[in-house]
Design a protein around this ligand. Structure first.
Ligand SMILES: [Zn+2]
Length: 251
């Protein structure tokens, strides 16, 4: 009888290990869709690594293994949902704005844009911002958006600058290296991203609002980056994004 129980327990354990392995396999297959996604933090590899560690630590405990399997399945659902939401976001331009069109196309739908009056750090005349703790949302300032000098060209440049901040926050390791080419100045680096990738972009603009009236508008932080700095931005942009990883094979 005791022997039977042991065999039964072992069978359950083997089944549960197989379930965990299958769930992890599904999760890894799901991550493959994200290969071209630039906002790397969308795929939380450390969380997956922790779940694999947990399953290894509790490999003799059916209940713990089952709980780990549930969590892996939950992570797969999260990814699938993020993917579905991004596809919808890409297809729609809910606000009808240039801001949203640019952010959708740069961010592949994984980055949202909102036009609001959130007070971005830096006070008045801040045109937009991204919060480090909510890096997949770009805030564009609604009041500044109605300024007489505001043109779609300027909105596009602002959106490029803000998108660079999204990439900085969601790709911290690559960004820490790249920012050294800018003396640690994240803003000058973000300006440089716009200057490198938006054809014809400049920091200083003259905007005519009538035949005899114009505005001189400076967007950004006043430093037009050098060619080596542009190359640093290109190298960085080539590196950012979800990197395929292998989870939990070292045991
Ligand atoms: Zn900025």
């Amino acid at each position: 009888m005791e022997q039977d129980n042991k065999i039964q327990q072992q069978r359950e354990l083997i089944e549960e290990k197989e379930s965990f392995g299958a769930a992890m396999g599904t999760l890894m297959t799901t991550t493959e869709k994200f290969d071209a996604v630039l906002t790397a933090s969308v795929v939380p590899w450390e969380t997956y690594e922790r779940l694999a560690e947990r399953a290894w630590t509790f490999r003799w405990d059916v209940a713990e293994l089952a709980a780990a399997t549930d969590q892996v399945e939950f992570e797969t659902q999260q990814l699938e949902q993020a993917w579905a939401v991004a596809q919808l976001e890409m297809q729609s331009n809910a606000s009808g704005s240039v801001y949203e069109a640019v952010i959708d196309s740069l961010g592949g739908g994984f980055v949202r844009s909102v036009l609001d009056n959130e007070s971005c750090d830096g006070g008045e005349s801040v045109l937009g911002c991204v919060y480090e703790n909510d890096p997949l949302v770009v805030h564009f300032d609604a009041a500044e958006n109605t300024q007489p000098f505001m043109t779609d060209e300027i909105r596009t440049g602002i959106a490029y600058h803000e998108f660079a901040h999204v990439l900085q926050f969601t790709n911290p390791e690559a960004s820490e290296v790249a920012v050294t080419s800018f003396g640690g100045d994240w803003e000058v680096m973000a300006d440089c991203f716009a200057l490198t990738y938006l054809p014809g972009w400049a920091l200083d603009h003259v905007v005519w609002t009538s035949s005899h009236e114009y505005w001189e508008v400076s967007i950004g932080h006043g430093v037009t980056c050098s060619e080596p700095q542009r190359q640093a931005v290109r190298d960085w942009y080539g590196q950012v994004g979800v990197q395929p990883q292998t989870i939990g094979t070292e045991h």
